[in-house]
Design a protein around this ligand. Structure first.
Ligand code: 5GP
Ligand code: MN
Length: 348
């Protein structure tokens, strides 16, 4: 049975509950996997589901394609995560799984090398996600682009197929982290009452939202703060004619600031605070590719821009991609694309 519906409310029915529970009750270890370069929502939604499944007496394991940033290391359960890039047991777990949850991504490629094993696997695959246009690679698809985050969808999934009383302050903390991360602390993608209903349910379970905020956003290193200052002062290029600004970072600059994974998280958002700027890009030079991040205000589809030009995708206002060209060539290419997109789209 395949269910392709856009809103979780449309698929909440006794049939779904029975289908999910039949599968979960008749399987060995359940695998939960999310996307490469995991963020707060990837980790938060996966760990919350893991805590929940364990509380129902089920056996589950969380796999991430690669390492997550240091500022998420405090999340309860993060020490038990297996990394596909490092551990052979992660691959074995996927091969042996009867049920695989695919969280916060919409195509096998986003799980990096683990994507091949996922595609090959005969497990019952349950995709829960809020990115547009999920590829056809799961048996049950719960895809709601209006949801703030996958974490929000996990709460509603448990409410409708399981026992929400088993969501406690531990799994609630993971869910809140996911919702907070994907909404810029409830500044975007979070205007629906449903999001705040879920948040209120989490608060009832005793989560400490101020503590969570502080653990994620007040835990930066001195190096990161100085790198941010450097990027805004010396590296931000503003193109007012295109209502665009971008920041780039070279390997050498990363070395100078003793860059570690996650240190540039959120930098791409800063240019959007400038009056009149509606499109922002961040270019990060890595050993073998340039990683791009895009953000917009209003109706400019950064995900389509990313998909058409940089082998990427994501949400309308937040997306990313990659380039195999050098850093400067990538930037030149980006700038050369702007006139075309501005002519095509009503920008801002
Ligand atoms: P970030 O800029 O924080 O890395 O990513 C923002 C959003 O874009 C996330 O929703 C993420 O899933 C998506 N994204 C980032 N990089 C890529 C990519 O290379 N391919 C695709 N399809 N999505 C991406
Ligand atoms: Mn997400």
């Amino acid at each position: 049975m395949k269910v392709f519906k856009n809103k979780i409310n449309d698929i909440i029915n006794p049939e779904l509950k029975k289908l999910v529970n039949d599968r979960l009750d008749n399987t060995g270890t359940i695998v939960i996997i999310s996307h490469v370069n995991p963020d707060g929502d990837a980790l938060g939604s996966s760990l919350a589901l893991w805590h929940y499944l364990k509380s129902t007496g089920r056996d589950a394991v969380v796999i991430m394609p690669n390492q997550y940033p240091d500022f998420l290391k405090w999340l309860p359960g993060s020490d038990d995560i297996l990394f596909f890039s490092k551990s052979k047991s992660a691959a074995r777990a996927i091969q042996n799984a009867g049920v695989i949850f695919l969280l916060d991504f919409n195509s096998p490629g986003r799980a990096d090398k683990a994507g091949e094993l996922i595609t090959e696997s005969n497990a019952f695959k349950i995709l829960i996600d809020h990115h547009p246009n999920p590829a056809d690679f799961a048996d049950l698809v719960i895809s709601d682009t209006l949801a703030s985050s996958t974490a929000e969808l996990i709460f509603r999934f448990i409410e409708t197929t399981g026992n929400p009383d088993l969501i406690d302050d531990i799994s609630g903390t993971c869910l809140y982290t996911g919702m907070m991360s994907d909404t810029g602390s409830f500044n975007y993608n979070s205007s629906r009452p449903e999001t705040f209903r879920v948040l209120s349910e989490l608060l009832k379970r005793g989560i400490d939202k101020d503590f969570i905020y502080s653990m994620v956003y007040d835990n930066y290193s001195v190096n990161r703060m100085r790198l941010l200052g450097y990027c805004l002062d010396k590296k931000m290029v503003v193109l007012p004619e295109y209502k665009t600004a971008y920041i780039s970072l070279t390997l050498e600059e990363k070395k100078n600031y003793k860059y570690i994974r996650g240190d540039a998280e959120g930098f791409v958002n800063y240019p959007l605070s400038i009056k009149g700027i509606v499109f922002s890009a961040f270019f990060m030079e890595n050993d073998d590719h340039v990683k791009l991040s895009f953000r917009s205000k209003g109706n400019f589809d950064t995900n389509i821009f990313a998909e058409n030009n940089f082998d990427g995708g994501g949400h309308v206002n937040a997306s990313g991609g990659e380039s195999k060209l050098g850093l400067q060539e990538t930037i030149d290419n980006f700038v050369s694309l702007l006139p075309k997109y501005i002519r095509k789209k009503r920008f801002g």
